[in-house]
Design a protein around this ligand. Structure first.
Ligand code: DX5
Ligand code: ZN
Length: 220
């Protein structure tokens, strides 16, 4: 089985030392950097915005995988693209016109992702497969790190893997929430190729990051 890409969520990093933390996970083998943007309205938590992303941009060349949990979202897309996002991922529930939102992301020359909450059906993808570079399956309800993986999402991952393969398109399939070495293996078996991991990357402090990422890739 091919090792998945690992996108550590900096939500579990030390926020007082974010630049150092991003450099540390880069050196430890992170493939992407997952940045959780929350507004206290779409989800019950508030995190970071474009200014912080811009400040982090000079600390790594790895792609910034920016997960937008904000509503409305359309009027902020440009700010996040200018701040240095490489991928902007949006929830269909964040606005009435997800098709238009994805078009707007692509028009900014940024990769477009769509994210499905645990309660969001796969059918949402039907008419937007030609507009996405990434599909993200939430294996927890969004808002907080450190929650437990919801096993029912494995069937959804497998169903989306079949849709992607059938489409013949170059679309990444990412999973976010409760990913640890054990659930990582299950996600990859179901067809995921990118895994977000907050707690499982940052546990034990900087000396452990390389071993934590290797374990998530199934190499330890
Ligand atoms: C949850 C976020 C996740 C979160 C993952 O709303 O989207 O990215 O940080 O954290 P862990 O890996 O600890 O479940
Ligand atoms: Zn996330």
């Amino acid at each position: 089985m091919t090792a998945p890409l690992i996108s550590p969520s900096i939500l579990s990093a030390d926020f007082a030392r974010l630049g150092e933390e991003v450099r540390a996970i880069d050196e430890a083998g992170a493939d992407w950097i997952h940045i959780d943007v929350m507004d206290g309205h779409f989800v019950p938590n508030i995190t970071i915005g474009p200014a912080v992303i811009k400040a982090l941009r000079s600390h790594t060349r790895k792609p910034f995988d920016v997960h937008l949990m904000i509503a409305p979202v359309d009027q902020y897309l440009e700010d996040f693209a200018e701040a240095g996002a490489d991928i902007l991922t949006v929830h269909p529930e964040a606005g009435p016109h997800v098709h238009r939102t994805l078009q707007a992301i692509r028009a900014l020359d940024v990769k477009a992702g769509v994210v499905l909450n645990p309660g969001t059906p796969v059918s949402v993808l039907g008419n937007i497969m030609d507009l996405v570079d990434l599909i993200l399956v939430m294996s927890v309800n969004p808002g907080f790190g450190g929650q437990s993986f919801i096993p029912s999402q494995l069937d959804k991952i497998a169903a989306i893997r079949a849709m992607i393969d059938e489409s013949g398109r170059d679309i990444r399939l990412e999973v976010d929430g409760g990913v640890n070495p054990d659930t990582a293996r299950q996600c990859v078996a179901a067809g995921a190729d990118v895994l977000v991991a907050g707690s499982a990357t940052f546990k034990g402090g900087p000396g452990q990051y390389a071993a934590n990422i290797a374990a998530l890739k199934g190499k330890a």
